[in-house]
Unconditional design. Sequence first.
Length: 196
Amino acid sequence: MMQSSGVRSKFLILVTGMPGAGKTVFSRVASSMGVPVLSMGDVVRSYAAERGLPMNDASLGKISLELREKFGRAVIAERTFERLASIDQGVVVIEGLRNLEELFYFRERASEAYLVAIHASQKTRYERLRKRGRKDDPLKWEEFLERDLRELSVGLGSVIALADIMLVNEGKTEEEFEEECREALQKLLARAEGLR
Ligand SMILES: Nc1ncnc2c1ncn2[C@@H]1O[C@H](COP(=O)(O)OP(=O)(O)OP(=O)(O)O)[C@@H](O)[C@H]1O
């Protein structure tokens, strides 16, 4: 695997998609292939934890909005980027981009950046999140719609529109989707290898 200590020489695989689309599945596959993963959601979660703030969906959403208003729209990308310094590998997955400023932030600082968008229909995503039942997952359809609209209003749709690679996670089992993630990652790793 490509090794590199400088944060500016990283080959970044950026992952975006609406809530419940399958970003975590993609990240899990990347981890299993030895590719380190940084989650932008974790940056928000650890910010909330440090301040003893509640970790539910509404609270985390509010915290991200406040952080962006206070420190600029790329703030979560900046804080994620700081964490890159502790990673030796040259190829890193960064999961959870939400707006164009974050995309441009990473693109300007990486030697190479590929944006992967994961798509699934609204109904499918809702059913999956209900089954997942994470602490910050919406249980009611109205809550889910509200979260979708909030994500779109901060600019998520624009990031998805600029994806280099689109993976559709619909009408297939999780195992089938995992296989597609693996294939996409293998191609990206081969590209990174070729650039060395
Ligand atoms: N093809 C699939 N078939 C069945 N279940 C799936 C499939 N893909 C993902 N899931 C399940 O759907 C749920 C949502 O997927 P995942 O956690 O990857 O979404 P996400 O994009 O990371 O969501 P969020 O932005 O809310 O973190 C998970 O419980 C996952 O196991």
